[in-house]
Ligand binder design. Structure first.
Ligand SMILES: *[C@@H]1O[C@H](CO)[C@@H](O)[C@H](O)[C@H]1NC(C)=O
Ligand SMILES: *[C@@H]1O[C@H](CO)[C@@H](O)[C@H](O)[C@H]1NC(C)=O
Ligand SMILES: *[C@@H]1O[C@H](CO)[C@@H](O)[C@H](O)[C@H]1NC(C)=O
Ligand SMILES: *[C@@H]1O[C@H](CO)[C@@H](O)[C@H](O)[C@H]1NC(C)=O
Ligand SMILES: *[C@@H]1O[C@H](CO)[C@@H](O)[C@H](O)[C@H]1NC(C)=O
Length: 522
């Protein structure tokens, strides 16, 4: 009798959803969790620092995620399905009898699976480090969440050549030349903004020569990369909980947990001046970080969606190339649109620079630096920013009949949607369908503003000393900027193959020799 009872009870226990039991550190095949029971976790790490289960990303939308257990607001560190949340009714995660961990939506569609299949004896475990692992019956690791990060790296979780952190249009990854970079890859353009393309890899304190391509945050708050990047959190040395996250505003930040309050404190940031992040203000938009971060539109342009700044600004005129049309230039002081240079000339007058832009149908604006008399014409206007210390002015080309007068400009450039940070955060959050809002933004921006002011002071005073050196640097960098911000990067080998070992020279110019080449896709 006792035996037959246990024969009945044991299978029943296996069938019962795990959520009815207290959180376990390890589950076997047949274990499942229903989205309706999302308040009970699927797994908890033995030290209870991390939990794993269904996380509500928005109204009735859930992801299968890992988060910190002891923070005021759930801080997700990994998601199986960051871009395709499942329904809040009828969705399920199951370690099936084949040994595959499967996330299914309400209609049975498999939204995500671990692609493991070692059958009986397979277990899923959440480790103290926050790593979710699937092991076969011999204990060999078949799959781990540390190998497929989403937007966050935890201590000891390596970023490798095979992985990247992604948040919206932004990513942190190892480039083909072994350098760890931040890139904006939006609907219209893609461009790298960290380390700055204004400096060589070496000048940025990095190296191309180590091809191991590995970066790790350690227990003491050091983030070390094989390309020589070596940074530490402001509270380095202490053993506290940290994470490195690429946020939806494109900045990479290290956070430290205040264990007594459960809040995160920013303890390191990759981009000190927010306007150096590309794509924030969209096409034609101009970013300003003082007095507070905001985007505005140049004269003759209107914001496409004041709620979502990175949609950019729309011209209020048609950009047709009409020989009979008359243009005028409106000066935007201390402003530049980074990259997308059409041409570059040095030692020419402002009038000559205007003429070059007038004569080029595709020229939308130019940037002019008075001292060294540098002239950069621009085709499209991206990554616009305005810093009081910027040593140049932008002149935007507009049809004369728009009737924009200079007095109107000064009024217009003050206009804008000056909204404070928590609101843009919402803008971005709604854009990506997320509602993670960090409460520490205000603190960070006060800090950033002070830092920014110091940087401005420094660059302002050092500009005069450095201007002669920068003049040379800038002329070398002109070509590089055109390449880095607008186009895909090719390896030397790809170019050699495309050009048949640089067989046919078709011209020579200031930036080098031009060869004919055909790419793989013709
Ligand atoms: C199940 O639902 C998802 C999203 O709601 C949908 O994309 C998919 O086509 C559906 N699949 C089936 C088989 O109905
Ligand atoms: C390359 O980087 C790795 C990881 O940081 C390091 O262990 C190794 O010593 C480096 N190799 C060289 C040749 O510097
Ligand atoms: C941590 O939080 C506590 C309580 O809110 C606060 O008193 C303390 O200053 C915080 N520590 C840091 C380093 O911010
Ligand atoms: C070109 O500009 C002239 C004068 O502004 C205007 O009358 C004409 O319609 C324009 N043509 C086109 C094709 O836009
Ligand atoms: C500007 O530079 C281009 C080459 O980049 C040259 O062809 C052109 O003549 C220059 N224009 C002036 C006005 O110097």
């Amino acid at each position: 009798m006792a035996m037959s009872l246990s024969l009945i009870v044991l299978p029943l226990l296996a069938i019962l959803p795990s959520s009815y039991a207290s959180p376990k550190p390890m589950l076997g095949t047949g274990s499942s969790s229903l989205v309706e029971n999302y308040k009970q976790t699927f797994l908890t790490s033995p030290n209870s620092d991390f939990s794993c289960g269904f996380y509500e990303v928005g109204g009735n939308a859930f992801s299968f995620s890992i988060w910190f257990t002891n923070t005021i607001e759930k801080t997700v560190v990994w998601s199986a399905n960051p871009k395709s949340p499942v329904n809040g009714h009828g969705s399920m995660v199951l370690l099936n009898h084949g040994g595959n961990l499967v996330l299914t939506d309400v209609n049975g569609t498999v939204t995500w699976d671990s692609k493991t299949g070692s059958g009986k004896g397979t277990t899923v475990v959440l480790l103290d480090t926050g790593n979710l692992i699937i092991k076969d019956s011999n204990g060999a690791v078949l799959w781990e969440s540390f190998s497929s990060p989403t937007d966050t790296l935890l201590p000891f979780q390596p970023l490798t050549k095979a992985t990247m952190l992604v948040s919206g249009y932004y990513s942190l990854y190892f480039d083909n030349d072994n350098v760890l970079r931040l890139m904006y890859d939006g609907p219209d353009i893609s461009s790298i903004y960290w380390p700055s393309a204004d400096y060589s890899v070496f000048e940025s304190g990095r190296t191309n020569y180590n091809s191991s391509r590995i970066a790790v945050l350690d227990a003491e708050g050091y983030f070390l990369s094989s390309d020589g990047l070596n940074v530490k959190s402001s509270d380095w040395g202490t053993q506290i909980k940290r994470r490195l996250t690429i946020d939806y505003d494109g900045n990479l930040r290290m956070y430290s947990l205040n264990a007594s309050s459960g809040n995160w404190i920013i303890s390191w940031v990759a981009i000190a001046k927010m306007c150096d992040v590309h794509g924030l203000c969209g096409q034609n938009g101009i970013c300003q970080s003082l007095p507070s971060f905001h985007c505005s539109c140049p004269p003759g342009h209107e914001m496409i969606d004041p709620q979502i700044w990175n949609k950019g600004c729309q011209p209020q005129f048609s950009k047709t190339c009409n020989n009979t049309e008359e243009f005028e230039f409106i000066k935007l002081p201390k402003t530049d649109f980074y990259g997308f240079d059409l041409s570059y000339n040095q030692s020419i007058s402002l009038e000559e620079c205007k003429k070059i832009c007038l004569d080029a149908c595709s020229c939308s604006a130019f940037m002019y630096k008075v001292g060294p008399a540098l002239c950069y014409t621009k085709a499209v206007l991206f990554n616009g920013y305005s810093y009081p210390s910027f040593p140049g002015d932008n002149y935007i080309k507009l049809p004369k009949n728009l009737g924009i007068t200079t007095s109107l400009v000064s009024r217009k450039s003050q206009l804008t949607c000056n909204r404070d940070i928590p609101e843009i955060v919402e803008g971005y959050a709604s854009m990506y369908g997320m509602n993670r809002v960090d409460k520490n933004w205000t603190t960070y921006y006060v800090f950033a503003a002070i830092l920014g002011a110091l940087v401005l002071l420094f660059t302002g005073t050092s500009w005069w000393f450095l201007s002669s050196k920068q003049y040379i640097l800038k002329s070398m960098e002109a070509g590089y900027r055109m390449v880095t911000s607008q186009f895909r990067m090719f390896t030397h080998r790809e170019l050699r193959e495309a050009t048949g070992k640089f067989k046919e020279e078709i011209g020579r110019g200031g930036s080098g020799i031009v060869y004919r080449g055909v790419l793989d896709d013709k």
